[in-house]
Design a protein around this ligand. Sequence first.
Ligand code: ADP
Ligand code: MG
Length: 167
Amino acid sequence: MNTTLTARTTSPEATIALGRLLGQLLVGGDVVSLIGGLGAGKTTFVKGIVEALGGEGPVRSPTFAFVHHHRCRQPLDELLHVDLYRIDEPQEVDGLALDELVDDATVLIIEWMERAGGLLGEPSVTVDFTVQEEATRLIVLSMPAPRLAGLVDALHDGDRPASRGSR
Ligand SMILES: Nc1ncnc2c1ncn2[C@@H]1O[C@H](COP(=O)(O)OP(=O)(O)O)[C@@H](O)[C@H]1O
Ligand SMILES: [Mg+2]
């Protein structure tokens, strides 16, 4: 069963930092669904995930390409950053042939996954973004409880940078 963690960021950099923390917990086969309107911070968050996984290349909004490939640090091969904003109907995701691109050494991050109408299965992680003020975003992460606990630990370590490895 999934549990949730709610965070509030007040800058793009803070959203990237949160993405980095999640990225450290991702494993091959993960599918991350990013939910929220245009400008909510989804692509900004992906920058942190890509950093954490040693992904190559700039993170851009894949609105026109649909899929951006980032070669990653081992044991992962690749992170696929997908944006389904421009699909008109769920069947169009078949044309992307994502199932041929994804395996146990791949992480799939999808903006507007809800537009696939369930054709891409269930995500292992969901992150929901809401704009609160110009630079404030409410970010709700949802994932299986043991993995969320790892994220909470990482957040606490961030509060106390010297708490790990110093003794
Ligand atoms: N706290 C914040 N977190 C993320 N982005 C923020 C924040 N505050 C302001 N922004 C700005 O909001 C925009 C988010 O854009 P983007 O990440 O491309 O959104 P999306 O992919 O959801 O459409 C960027 O221009 C970014 O600089
Ligand atoms: Mg985007």
